[in-house]
Design a protein around this ligand. Sequence first.
Ligand code: NAG
Ligand code: NAG
Length: 350
Amino acid sequence: CTHDLWALANFSANALFALLRVGGSGIDIRSKARTVNGPITDASQLPKWNYDGSSTGQAPGEDSEVILYPQAIFKDPFRRGDNLLVMCDCYTPQGVPIPTNKRHNAAKIFNTPNVAAEETWYGIEQEYTLLQKDVNWPLGWPIGGYPGPQGPYYCAAGADKAFGRDIVDAHYKACLYAGINISGINGEVMPGQWEFQVGPSVGIAASDQLWVARYILERITEVAGVVLSLDPKPIPGDWNGAGAHTNYSTKSMREAGGYGVIKTAIEKLGKRHAQHIAAYGEGNERRLTGHHETADINTFKWGVADRGASIRVGRDTEKDGKGYFEDRRPASNMDPYVVTSMIAETTLLL
Ligand SMILES: *[C@@H]1O[C@H](CO)[C@@H](O)[C@H](O)[C@H]1NC(C)=O
Ligand SMILES: *[C@@H]1O[C@H](CO)[C@@H](O)[C@H](O)[C@H]1NC(C)=O
């Protein structure tokens, strides 16, 4: 019986790979499962695997194999037991990272001695919208109509204000089980919109964790028959968009004198504003309008406790003279490998 099989330490590893398609909701994580011999305590003990890249638009039909390199393991909250979720990145058979593999370059940046020595910490706030299947209209909204204006929904409770809490709480629990540093959840300003936070997590682990948390959310919404959208502005008009505010600090910023280091880092970010914006998610121009707690996409502005700034420094950081800052520009559909490594590159390597 199945129980004996697990006792022989045969268990499954669910290989995840992020495709990061342009357009659409910007999220596309595929997975397939295989049985392996355990125990496995580190991704490096797992074999490489492959998939048909011609079915995902990533390889030509005549040479279609894409190779999966296991990079990070998590406990599988769906199969439980000894089963694992494995975050993989993708290579050609010749060992070259394929174009949609953004992890490879990020790992290179995080392994640079200057960056590694600074022990970069990230806290990422992932906002997302739950949509009713088939009609692609937010959960809890009347089909073809609108709910009452924003105001009563943020962090709310009640059948007329909070839509999808069963999904949100199941996701929270599953992420904790998986070993993700999920630090909280809350209802957002737009009804049907929610947020979860990952972090603080170190270096590339923050992105591995965020991708796996997104995957878990996709699996739970699948069971619930609800569609997950990471679109940065799912409903046009006077409704809040969805972002992925990214808190960041280095060792020097967290130590005495850190506020000076923070100000220098922000100055460097300002000089590369256009490059960062270009890498911070598709459709972000629909969200960064200068309204709804955002800065205008073409303007770089920082401030203390300013939610209308591109970069926000917390009151505590100013008062303590050290701490961290928040990059409020990334869109909900950003690739954390790109965003976190680019912040490290701009502030530590340029
Ligand atoms: C980011 O920083 C803000 C304060 O500036 C804090 O309220 C929030 O919890 C932090 N989020 C994460 C994910 O670290
Ligand atoms: C998760 O958080 C713990 C405690 O704050 C920290 O020690 C650990 O490094 C974090 N994990 C990762 C992968 O960053």
